[in-house]
Design a protein around this ligand. Structure first.
Ligand code: ADP
Length: 165
């Protein structure tokens, strides 16, 4: 059985991530969505919120589970028995970083392969960063995220706007 790890921060999960997880689930017997607990970047959602939203968004995929990790991605891959790390590739801008990451991971763990899945055309421009910027300025995000994530984003916007919150 080939287990694949799809790692990321998922702050929050969006349709581009769901598309990659869905396609990975059709290629591999089991996909573990690895939610990185300690990214260097500032996050909008807590670990619990990110985990809950990701689990709900992927609940319809029986061979996908969401697990939290805080170590090196390849160490987590080895720990959970994943031989493959799946990454989503958007425009050319992702390529150099992903290439460096894949080569570094190969050096650290030669038996773990990185597989890059090209984004679907409709999500080419989508990132959690862009999504949060649009949502925080009250732009429509209903085509970009599932309904429960849209609601969570709206609650954050209200919370950030209210000094008492
Ligand atoms: P981001 O903040 O860039 O949305 P994450 O760190 O949570 O992302 O990304 C996790 C993985 O999902 C990475 O492999 C990233 O390249 C991929 N990914 C993010 N957005 C998209 C998208 N729109 N289409 C395909 N893959 C994506």
């Amino acid at each position: 059985m080939t287990i694949a790890l799809y790692p990321g921060t998922f702050d929050p999960i969006h349709n581009g991530h769901i598309d990659i997880a869905t396609r990975a689930a059709s290629l591999f017997e089991h996909v573990i969505v690895g939610l990185y607990d300690r990214p260097a970047k500032r996050l909008l959602f807590s670990t619990e919120e990110r985990t809950r939203m990701a689990r709900q968004a992927l609940a319809h995929l029986p061979n996908v589970t969401v697990q939290l990790y805080s170590c090196l991605t390849v160490d987590f891959a080895i720990e959970v028995g994943a031989r493959v790390v799946v990454r989503g590739l958007r425009a050319i801008s992702d390529f150099e970083f992903e290439f460096q990451l894949a080569l570094t991971n190969k050096k650290l763990a030669p038996n773990v392969e990185t597989v890059g899945l090209m984004t679907s055309l409709e999500y080419l421009y989508l990132s959690s960063t862009i999504l949060k910027e649009v949502a925080l300025l009250n732009g429509a995000v209903s085509d970009l995220v599932p309904a429960h994530v849209e609601e969570a984003l709206q609650r954050k916007v209200v919370g950030l706007a209210s000094p008492a919150a």
